[in-house]
Design a protein around this ligand. Structure first.
Ligand SMILES: N[C@@H](CCC(=O)N[C@@H](CS)C(=O)NCC(=O)O)C(=O)O
Length: 213
């Protein structure tokens, strides 16, 4: 059997989730190595000293250490769902940049307000709504996916972060005034693709038999 790419991953990390979504959607098999963040494997740090997951090591030795680059690499191999087709690349990059930059910063503050005492959790949540969440809901009221009638890279890249936002206070989110966003999140979370990428795997140890994902 030819060597597979190796993915260092952490189940709950939103960046790793989106990388796994793209790899699964592209039907690119990889060897999955589940990482414990407080005890990262030496083999991972040797190829990616910055120490974040996900990291993808290709059989030719090339190392991809940014989740979005892993997504575009995977979809460049095969893109049966057309996630890179029919989308305005500038609009897609803009949405993902807002997600990864200011929205992620507010999400961390909303999750851990005690580390950021300048505002309360409710204030950080409102800032996240004003910045991003209300806009996503508006988009999804008019169309099934963030950039139109078809799933795109933007949906997959952003959904793990919206899921975290929803989980901070699930009771509040269940009746918050964002029904279209709630529907979109539910559809993703209940999809076989999402369920497949959220399967649990024990932490990887070098002597283990490879787990093919
Ligand atoms: N820009 C990176 C961010 C990845 C990232 O920050 N991952 C977190 C986990 S969600 C991480 O590995 N943090 C290092 C640590 O917690 O030690 C990417 O898109 O891949």
């Amino acid at each position: 059997m030819p060597a597979l790419p190796i993915l260092y991953s952490f189940r709950r990390c939103p960046y790793a989730i989106r990388a796994r979504l793209a790899l699964k959607a592209a039907q690119v098999p990889v060897e999955l190595r589940e990482v414990v963040l407080r005890d990262k494997p030496a083999a991972m740090l040797a190829i990616s000293p910055k120490g974040t997951v996900p990291v993808l090591q290709l059989p030719d030795g090339q190392v991809i250490q940014e989740s979005l680059e892993i997504m575009t690499w995977a979809l460049g191999q095969s893109d049966p769902g057309g996630w890179l087709a029919h989308v305005e690349h500038q609009a897609m990059q803009g949405l993902i940049a807002t997600n990864d930059g200011p929205f992620k910063a507010l999400l961390d503050r909303y999750k851990y307000p005690e580390r950021h005492p300048a505002h309360t959790a409710t204030e950080y949540r409102q800032q996240a709504i004003d910045l991003f969440i209300a806009d996503l809901d508006r988009r999804l009221s008019a169309q099934a996916h963030l950039l139109g009638g078809q799933t795109s890279l933007a949906d997959a890249a952003i959904v793990p972060f919206v899921r975290q936002f929803a989980q901070v206070d699930a009771d509040w989110f269940a009746s918050a005034p964002f029904p279209a966003l709630r529907r979109w999140l539910q559809a993703w979370a209940n999809s076989p693709l999402f369920e497949a990428v959220m399967a649990k795997h024990p932490a990887w140890r070098p002597a283990d038999t490879p787990t093919v994902f």
